[in-house]
Design a protein around this ligand. Structure first.
Ligand code: XUL
Ligand code: CO
Length: 449
């Protein structure tokens, strides 16, 4: 395997070294080879991490209040647009290799320069994807998913599928077709359709057109899926909910809204139509990440996860690195219980304040350790079946009685009415155990010495 070492000369391969002195840039929890108790799987298998081109390499420290970046990105200099595109790829793969991350994700123009014509853009994508294929071959790092940037260019300011212009609709869809081909060529596992600016603007400009607009949403989605089928792309097409930003309300607001949109579009029944969920997006919708993951699993539609976290004190999509274990424990419990075939894609960026060459490594190491701790804690909780004992043994025990089984199996209205008379208005209930569950989770997070 070729070891890359050009763009981050001050950082070496990050070791797993829990005994290293405090403050060292090492993994203390993410030991990829460790078999997690009770699961029969390694941490690397349970945490299929992926890094991203846009924040990871193109992110330069801008936030919504700044025009100029703060981070040094030397790969953005020293040649023509194609040379710079290749340098971006090299820097991305070097960073991932040094972190031991096995996959990556990208938008078409994160790495390839956009051309003056569609044809030129396609040629650039061909050249850059050839280079990516070589890097994949040399390092063993694979593509988690590809997608299109349908939010940066001014032509997309009024939306694409749900926008005002059939020309923009066609241009955007042609870009998706090309990026599907590129994703297939790079053996990408999946394809993402977030949608960028598909959402509510000035309500007066949209309200008389709402039905038409949502029909275009469905038509566009069907065309994407049909094209994927026609070229033999076998991965999932994953729609990504996000309640707001950049639009006031994005049509794909949260899991349940997106499922409804997909069902209206006739897409819900397609096996390879799935959802890509993101921690920060759940927060923008006022929801827990675990709730979103749970609803997607319940619908059989969990595809993959974008790993990051939001900040309740900041109103926008901050895409911070994962660092709060307790937020991820219920998510990991769900993934362990129901299985997970996607990736944990680090859609997270450096803070504007962080300018050191080592900072992107701190960002990823912290996030990977956070997921690793959450995985070990969740596996322990699951292995002890402690939540089942509370939820099955106590909370939901009524459903194990003869009457409980009779109701759950379907009961006619006469029997319901008779039972209601029989049991009367004062019914014994168990405790909801809320505080007990909080304490219990703390026991697992911080075992007493
Ligand atoms: C936007 C977002 C995107 C998608 C891919 O908030 O999360 O990065 O994941 O376009
Ligand atoms: Co995302």
């Amino acid at each position: 395997m070729k070891l890359l070492n050009k763009w981050f000369p001050t950082v070496g391969q990050i070791p797993f070294d829990p005994a290293a002195k405090k403050g060292s840039l090492v993994f203390r929890h993410f030991n990829p080879k460790k078999v997690v108790f009770g699961t029969g799987k390694t941490l690397a298998e349970l945490c299929p991490f992926a890094g991203v081109a846009w924040h990871g390499i193109r992110g330069d420290g801008k936030d919504p209040f700044s025009g100029t970046g703060t981070r040094s990105t030397p790969w953005e200099k020293g040649g023509d647009a194609i040379t710079i595109g290749k340098q971006r790829c090299d820097a991305l793969f070097e960073m991932l290799q040094k972190l031991g991350i096995g996959h990556y994700s990208w938008h078409n123009y994160d790495l390839a320069p956009e051309g003056a014509t569609l044809e030129e853009s396609h040629i650039n994508l061909d050249i850059i994807s050839d280079h990516l294929a070589e890097l994949q071959e040399a390092t063993g790092i694979g593509l988690a998913w590809g997608t299109c940037d349908h939010f940066s260019h001014p032509r997309y300011r009024l939306g694409v599928a749900t926008g005002v212009s059939p020309e923009v609709y066609a241009y955007g869809l042609a870009e998706v077709y090309k990026m599907l081909e590129i994703t297939k060529k790079l053996k990408g596992r999946n394809f993402v359709a977030w949608g960028g600016r598909e959402g509510l603007r000035q309500i007066m400009s949209i309200l008389m057109r709402m039905k038409f607009v949502l029909e275009r949403y469905g038509q566009f989605g069907r065309s994407v899926c049909d094209y994927a089928d026609s070229i033999g792309f076998e991965g999932n097409i994953m729609f990504e909910p996000k309640k707001r930003e950049p639009m006031k309300v994005q049509y794909q607001s949260d899991v349940q809204t997106t499922l409804w949109l997909l069902s209206q579009a006739g897409l819900l029944g397609r096996k390879n139509v799935k959802l890509n969920l993101e921690e920060n997006h759940a927060g923008l919708a006022g929801l827990d990440f675990a709730f979103e993951v749970m609803m997607a699993i319940a619908a059989g539609k969990l595809g993959s996860l974008d790993a990051n976290e939001g900040d309740k004190l900041i109103g926008w999509d901050v895409d911070e690195g994962s660092h709060t274990v307790i937020r991820l424990v219920p998510v990991m419990l769900l993934l362990l219980e129901y299985g997970f075939d996607g990736n944990l894609v680090f859609d997270m960026k450096l803070r504007r304040e962080s300018t050191d060459e080592k900072d992107p490594f701190w960002l990823h190491v912290t996030a990977m350790d956070t997921w690793a701790i959450a995985t070990k804690v969740a596996a322990q909780i699951r292995n002890d079946r402690i939540l089942d004992r509370i939820t099955e043994g106590t909370l939901y025990a009524g459903w194990n009685t003869d009457f409980g089984k009779q109701v759950a199996n379907g009961i006619n209205s006469d029997d319901i009415i008779n039972a209601a008379h029989k049991y009367g208005p004062t019914i014994q209930l168990p405790s909801g155990c809320e505080e007990c569950i909080n304490g219990l989770v703390n026991e697992y997070l911080h075992p007493a010495n």
